[in-house]
Design a binder for this molecule. Structure first.
Ligand code: DQQ
Length: 539
């Protein structure tokens, strides 16, 4: 019941019980979306890793299936770890995944559907050729995993990258194959970094420079930019650049850990993500693993651990310098009762309650009219860490232009609340909006990680408004600042502000007033996540 399980989500994907981590092999195939995920069938802690499998017609409501692959063979007996799906010509989906083998060496394996005429692709068979790629030469068997979706060059040869670390440096090893069975390692990796360790779950895909359509992973050419994502230091970082399939060279515009400003999908809790191309709606969609922020004991007691993010549509920002993410539009079908405010002034120091929605299960969109920037607080250096700035001057610290934003999953007396807010700063030669998600007072419970998160958004001096969208779902708060230019996901576990006792507020603790140009908040209907209906046997 909701009373015993106040932190289970209503419209974010999660299995009924046990441990879940990375999203794996997401794909759209013949009218159905498939989501696989790292799953422990036996417990709420990491282990016995198998590929959980669920299918959906809309990416919101899910049918739970039997796991697709589990550790049964010498080449994956210690775990079927992360990997990706590729749809081969002739509409043939295949999976490449990492096996932790009998020697605890990481190897790459292939699995294919047993029966292509089963629309749900319930059963998968592993290839007799496994393992296809093994850690030989300078590859450390502990650092060789997470193959991407493969792409084909103009020469028809398949390419795939695998995450690695050689001599302490993170990299994406490149492999080529004509038949998807025999793979040859390229002398040069697709990319590497001297400033990071192991790259987990790399992802590599094209985006259209103009236009909003996503692209199949095998599209190359002048009108595209390529994104390379790698998971390290607990975050998902990306760089954008030009990919040349003739030489397999990738020239990024900026590089990982180059300066103090790092591009990340999400500046909060979000890891080991993966994208796929949805050919039905011509869009690229991102899934990410949202970890628990409570303790292992809490997970064992509540019998589950791990969520998937709301699937996000990915676009290239007009300036080509960064990505924009937005919750897939299907989620709007879950919107129920709505409250709406327009032109509401928030004087400095004010808090007002947004009543009439289920505050523990809501979607909120708000846009703020900004005052003149002349008064904005000065930011000494542009090298400050936004997360540090958000934790030093949290939601309770009075400012000038901001903090203003939302208090979510808040108790009536505001002793518990998660604050998502903006502050505007004047730098030496530019203005920035700081987006914060402050969990420091999110719960009276101890043993919860309440780290505050922050992200910068560059704005020009004439900027008149800024928007925030926040998805609130019991223990997850997913925020999209400035139309999706900066995203922050947080996990929160309130003691008082649960179920009907949760409240929603807008606030402004800056000295300057700001105006809510418009605010809409909706109660959200629960998604259906149910096991497949077993057909009754004929008598
Ligand atoms: N999770 C998988 C690995 C991957 C890691 C194991 C990232 O394949 O590198 O469950 O969270």
């Amino acid at each position: 019941s909701e009373e015993q399980q106040p932190y289970r989500t209503a419209y974010h994907f999660q299995p009924p019980k046990n441990w879940m981590n990375d999203p794996n092999g997401p794909m759209y195939y013949k009218g159905i979306y498939h989501l696989f995920y790292q799953y422990n069938p036996y417990a709420a802690v990491w282990g016995n890793i198998s590929w959980g499998h669920s299918v959906s017609y809309d990416l919101i409501n899910w049918i739970l299936l039997e796991y697709a692959i589990n550790p049964t063979d010498p080449y994956d007996i210690n775990g079927c770890w992360s990997g990706s799906a590729t749809i081969l010509p002739g509409e043939k989906p295949v999976i490449l995944y990492t096996g932790d083998d009998f020697k605890k060496h990481q190897v790459q394996n292939l699995a294919v559907p047993k029966n292509l005429s089963d629309p749900l692709l319930i059963e998968w068979v592993k290839s007799d050729h496994n393992p296809l790629m093994t850690p030989v030469g300078d590859i450390d068997p502990n650092f060789f995993r997470d193959p991407t979706t493969a792409w084909q060059g103009p020469d028809r040869i398949w390419r795939v990258v695998v995450g690695s670390q050689i001599d302490g440096h993170g990299m994406a090893l490149l492999y080529r194959s004509k038949d998807f069975i025999n793979w040859t390692r390229s002398q040069d990796p697709l990319h590497f970094s001297l400033k990071t360790g192991m790259w987990e779950c790399p992802d590599f895909y094209p985006l259209d420079i103009k236009g909003e359509n996503g692209l199949n992973s095998s599209v190359q050419g002048r009108a595209t930019k390529h994104v390379l994502k790698a998971s390290f230091n607990d975050h998902d970082y990306y760089i954008i650049g030009d990919y040349e399939p003739q030489t397999d060279s990738f020239e990024p515009q900026t590089d990982f850990m180059d300066s103090s400003f790092q591009l990340r999908y999400d500046y909060g809790n979000f890891y080991a993500s993966k994208t796929f191309y949805d050919s039905s709606k011509k869009r690229r969609i991102l899934w990410g693993w949202i970890l628990e922020a409570d303790s292992k004991t809490d997970d064992i007691n509540k019998k589950w651990s791990g969520l998937q993010s709301m699937p996000r549509r990915i676009l290239l920002d007009k300036n080509g310098k960064q990505l924009i993410q937005w919750p897939i539009k299907e989620i709007e079908k879950q919107r129920a009762e709505r409250v709406n405010y327009q032109n509401k002034e928030l004087k400095g120091g004010s808090v007002f309650e947004i009543e009439g929605v289920m505050a523990a299960q809501a979607d909120v969109e708000v846009s703020f009219d900004l005052p003149n920037f002349e008064e904005a607080e000065f930011m000494e250096s542009q090298f400050v860490d936004p997360q540090l700035l958000c934790s030093q001057k949290n939601a309770s610290t009075r400012g000038v232009i901001g903090p203003f934003g939302l208090l979510v999953l808040a108790s009536k007396d505001l002793t518990e609340r998660t604050a998502i807010f903006f502050k505007i700063f004047k730098g030496h030669d530019k203005y920035v909006a700081l987006l914060c998600s402050d969990q420091s007072r999110s719960s009276f419970r101890e043993e919860i990680n309440k780290t505050t998160f922050g992200a910068f958004i560059e704005i020009d001096p004439h900027r008149e408004n800024i928007s925030l969208r926040t998805l609130i779902d019991h223990s997850i708060v997913e925020s999209f600042g400035d139309e999706g230019r900066a995203c922050i996901t947080a996990r929160v576990y309130p003691e008082l502000a649960i179920g009907e006792e949760a409240h929603l507020y807008a606030f402004n603790y800056g000295s300057q007033s700001v105006t809510i140009t418009s605010l809409s908040a909706w109660s959200m209907k629960a998604a259906q996540i149910a096991p497949i209906q077993k057909r009754r046997r004929p008598p």
